[in-house]
Design a protein around this ligand. Sequence first.
Ligand code: FAD
Ligand code: NAP
Length: 339
Amino acid sequence: MTLQVRNDVSLKPFNSFGVDVRARLFAQAHSDDDVREALAYAQQHDVQLLIIGGGSNLLLTGDIDALVVRMSTLGIRILHEDCTHALVEAEAGEPWHPFVQDMLARGIAGLENLSLIPGTVGAAPMQNIGAYGVEIKDVFHSLTAMDRETGQLREFSLEDCAFGYRDSVFKHDAGRWLILRVRFRLSYSANLKLDYGPVRQRLDELGIKQPTPMDVSRAICAIRSEKLPDPAKLGNAGSFFKNPLVSAERAASLKITHPSLVSYPQADGRAKLAAGWLIEQAGWKGFRDGDAGVHRLQSLVLVNYGAASGADLLKLARAIQADIVEKFGVELEMEPNLY
Ligand code: FAD
Ligand code: NAP
């Protein structure tokens, strides 16, 4: 028995909102055997199991009456490589951004646009993390997960994961699959994606005409650091709402009443509206109610100024959702996972 199960543990250090709730039971899993022990422990003691990584996409709305297991498994290995590609496997507990940096330092490209996203490798497939025009589905090869009901291992291919916009099979089948390790098909020759947001402009400002993947990563880190609050200083879970997808007709009619509406046409004919624009237009940017607020620079990000509870943040989120329906007739879906 190597799994150390502790009673009544504060989850404040384990969620990026810094919400102070307690877990009935808490353990860190450093190996597949620890994960199996956690499953057995939960079964024997008839408690729920909640797997977490870095806690950067969670809203904890009350004490957690479960065994909370933090994935802390480490290891990065190149399984196969040729002169153009590398098949790389990383354990679920590997912190995401250091993994990206490790790849870039080895001259392996493909993850640069996903720099500075908090959290772990194992959680990345959950919502098909994305930023600056790249999602992990673009570089994903396969993953190994454990079925919490049977303890059996299963391999998931790209198709099996059913990745969508901030979505996957794992989000729908909540809690069933414990992701143990993920494999990525990365590249030794860069195929840079620079046409999204201010990336190219930032590289131009730096006088970089022929960027390397590392240059792109640095530029994105700089942009993100200026715009997004650092969870170590101001509690947050990144974007709190997904960008809503509406029909092209709906976007066109909103554009008539709101000419500056920000929308992006999608391959499937729908339009993606910038949720941040809707929230800002509705007057929520910089709003604060007690310690729960909307960030002053990025209205998609809800923040905890110190002592906000998960319930305070949820109340604010619901007020924003209701207001956006009233003002624009558009429903905003929350992005973080609520417990
Ligand atoms: P957690 O928050 O710990 O967990 C998230 C969900 O995954 C939970 O439901 C949990 O039960 C489940 N889970 C975690 N690990 C596993 C596992 N091994 N197996 C099965 N289930 C698991 N997201 C983006 O997509 N793009 C961004 O650009 C981005 N920027 C962000 C910026 C900031 C400042 C912050 C705070 C967040 C940002 N996020 C972004 C959201 C978040 O970082 C990602 O969703 C990240 O992948 C969450 O990882 P985590 O390890 O913290 O997951
Ligand atoms: P931004 O560059 O100010 O853009 C605002 C929104 O417009 C983004 O949400 C983005 O959608 C969309 N957008 C911008 N350029 C686009 C293009 N060329 N084509 C299609 N859509 C476009 O956004 P930001 O807030 O600073 O974030 C930058 C990137 O980091 C975005 O990709 C964002 O998703 C990601 N990010 C995610 C989180 C999170 O928690 N999920 C947190 C911070 C940043 P998309 O969001 O669909 O890309």
